[in-house]
Design a protein around this ligand. Sequence first.
Ligand code: NAG
Ligand code: NAG
Ligand code: NAG
Ligand code: NAG
Ligand code: NAG
Length: 210
Amino acid sequence: MDILGSLLIILLGTITGTRADVHPIDKYGLKGGAACLAVRENPHQEMAMKWMTDDNVIVVSEEVSPEYKERVDYNSTDHSLCLRKLEQTDTGIYIAYNVEKWKETQMVKYNLMVQEAVSIPVMEVVSLSSNYSGGMCDVTVNCSVPGVWVLSVCDGGQCTLSQQSLSHTRVNIIISNDNGTIQCTGKNNFSAETNSQRMEDICIGRYYRS
Ligand SMILES: *[C@@H]1O[C@H](CO)[C@@H](O)[C@H](O)[C@H]1NC(C)=O
Ligand SMILES: *[C@@H]1O[C@H](CO)[C@@H](O)[C@H](O)[C@H]1NC(C)=O
Ligand SMILES: *[C@@H]1O[C@H](CO)[C@@H](O)[C@H](O)[C@H]1NC(C)=O
Ligand SMILES: *[C@@H]1O[C@H](CO)[C@@H](O)[C@H](O)[C@H]1NC(C)=O
Ligand SMILES: *[C@@H]1O[C@H](CO)[C@@H](O)[C@H](O)[C@H]1NC(C)=O
């Protein structure tokens, strides 16, 4: 057997040999807010629990680590962990272990993502034609929140995506034309903010920014 084949077998053996991992639950927290991580199945009260993130122990033997003491509430009855004053750096994997004398078992695993609330989108609207009839004209709309923008071309009836920024922020921007009103909505999993402008105002004013 070739070396590659042997390596593959060793590798597979290593993977299947490890304890089956618990699938992480996605959890979203608002920056500055709180997130509570529950141990879902009914835990025995006398069970010893350990909460960890990366290589840091947050709770063990019902005691909260000094590093987290100020902003963590641990409930020793249901073993839930609440983090307050969330910061971007709290984003990560959190695992609760059932600790027995000779064994530690994963009970639950969270993928915590901390996000900021969305700000009201800024709309930059430029009219493409001066031919104003019945409050309709062709316009380009650049809708942005810090870090992400979307450019659409809107006519009387609808808006078509034209260009957008590459974004690493978790904000979706939607531009729509609803009965002569162009709406621009920015949203993430916590909040949504909408700004809007009437076609009529844009087409008469030619250029408008809000
Ligand atoms: C701890 O959890 C138990 C069971 O869910 C609940 O009844 C109790 O009120 C909680 N304690 C605190 C301090 O939140
Ligand atoms: C303006 O639009 C109307 C209807 O779409 C068209 O009949 C007219 O010729 C246009 N005028 C100009 C100056 O483009
Ligand atoms: C849209 O607006 C944003 C924010 O003002 C700007 O950075 C971006 O370059 C604009 N995009 C286009 C295509 O004009
Ligand atoms: C669209 O707007 C016009 C004028 O504001 C109004 O008369 C009409 O009922 C609206 N149509 C719909 C479907 O909302
Ligand atoms: C919102 O959460 C879902 C999963 O629950 C995720 O797939 C999606 O990308 C999130 N949306 C944003 C804008 O972050």
